[in-house]
Design a protein around this ligand. Sequence first.
Ligand SMILES: [Zn+2]
Length: 84
Amino acid sequence: MTKCKAHMCAYGLTGPDSDQPIKKMTGLAVSHPDMESLALTCPGHQYHKTIEGKCCDGENLSAKTARYTDGFVKTWYSCIKPEM
Ligand SMILES: [Zn+2]
């Protein structure tokens, strides 16, 4: 296993109440060193929304951002194991 890090904003994670990107650092354990190239980091957003408080629908923002974005899932599909 190789450990690497990714920023979820690179996969299109934004706040549900706004379009601000959320730079959520995610630790990943990949089974092959080649897969490290799939771990995208922030392309250089000027602003990031902080993960705190609740959304307009009452759900905690941290709970919403705990899900993977479509972009993330498509990039990695079945070859990752999130590191807890
Ligand atoms: Zn970013």
